[in-house]
Design a protein around this ligand. Structure first.
Ligand SMILES: Nc1ncnc2c1ncn2[C@@H]1O[C@H](COP(=O)(O)OP(=O)(O)OP(=O)(O)O)[C@@H](O)[C@H]1O
Ligand SMILES: [Mg+2]
Length: 273
């Protein structure tokens, strides 16, 4: 049998012509801030998500992703199936996952979390128990991230791929996650300011699992609110108290681990008040 055109690929020239040759490109993401171009590709009755980079910085990020997926697997993390060289870069092959990212900025358009038809607005209208289940899935995946010795970088609502038909949360684009702790050598890390901890903007600071705790706390805060201004909290005061600890400015005042955060969150979510 000939090798699978995607899972068996080792090196190809230009990615898009190759994908057109071996399958049907049914979607292209050309406008991403990362500089990567990604495709939804049908090969026979299979559907794949293929992400390609040819610029050096974007390629470094995809090489990081290969290491991330080698270190951590979880049912809620879209699994990397294969990677292959393309001229000047790298391509990653994932299964295509049905769903909608809760936030999808592009080079030409940021914002839009409050547009009435946006996925974020739709998500925020779901019943609280359904949201709590999705939040629990995010925490659970990050327990695995923590176990693998990784810390979250560039985690935001653009990583949250939600299937409204079956209420399933999947995490994609964990390309910037890396082994931690580490010292920040640049002026800042990549990411969305709404999710980022203060230390991510300070050159020389330590980025560790407490940074991940902060980012997760921000996700809990933003997703369990009816609006985008953090004025319409839908949870309980005790859940809010957990978030306040998770997002303390001083890392020393946060939970020391994702495990501790998850334990506290689950405890607060079991009791009312
Ligand atoms: N496995 C998948 N199946 C289907 N769609 C996916 C999958 N992974 C990602 N997507 C979609 O593709 C979009 C781009 O993917 P991704 O976020 O990995 O690209 P990126 O180049 O890193 O973008 P950004 O610059 O916004 O970080 C996502 O917003 C999501 O809509
Ligand atoms: Mg990205």
């Amino acid at each position: 049998m000939p090798p699978h055109p995607l899972l068996g690929a080792e090196a190809v020239d230009a990615l898009e012509p190759y994908l057109e040759e071996v399958g049907t490109v049914f979607h292209a993401f050309r406008e991403q801030d990362s500089g990567c171009v990604s495709y939804g590709v049908a090969v026979g009755d299979e559907q794949w998500f293929v992400k390609g980079a040819t610029e050096p910085e974007a390629t470094v990020s995809l090489r990081r992703a290969v290491k991330v997926h080698a270190a951590v697997q979880h049912p809620m993390i879209v699994p990397l199936q294969h990677s292959f060289d393309i001229a000047g870069g790298l391509a990653l092959v994932y299964p295509w996952v049905d769903g909608t990212v809760l936030y999808h900025p592009t080079v030409s358009r940021h914002g839009g979390r409050t547009a009435p038809d946006s996925p974020m607005v739709r998500f925020r209208r779901l019943p609280v128990p359904v949201i709590l289940q999705a939040l629990d899935q995010i925490l659970d995946a990050h327990l695995a991230v923590e176990q693998a010795g990784l810390v979250a970088v560039d985690f935001y609502d653009g990583c949250l791929l939600y299937d409204f038909d079956c209420d399933r949360m999947m995490l994609c684009d964990l390309d910037e996650y890396r082994p931690g702790p580490f010292i920040l050598e640049a002026d800042r890390l990549p990411g969305s300011r709404r999710f980022m901890a203060p230390e991510e903007f300070i050159k020389g600071s330590t980025i560790d699992i407490r940074t991940t705790v902060f980012e997760l706390g921000r996700a809990l805060r933003l997703l369990l609110d009816a609006g985008d201004e953090e004025q319409e909290w839908r949870g309980s005061p005790s859940q809010l108290a957990v978030i306040e600890s998770a997002t303390a400015g001083d890392p020393a005042h946060r939970f020391a681990s994702v495990k501790a955060l998850t334990h506290a969150w689950r405890g607060a979510s079991r009791t009312s008040g």
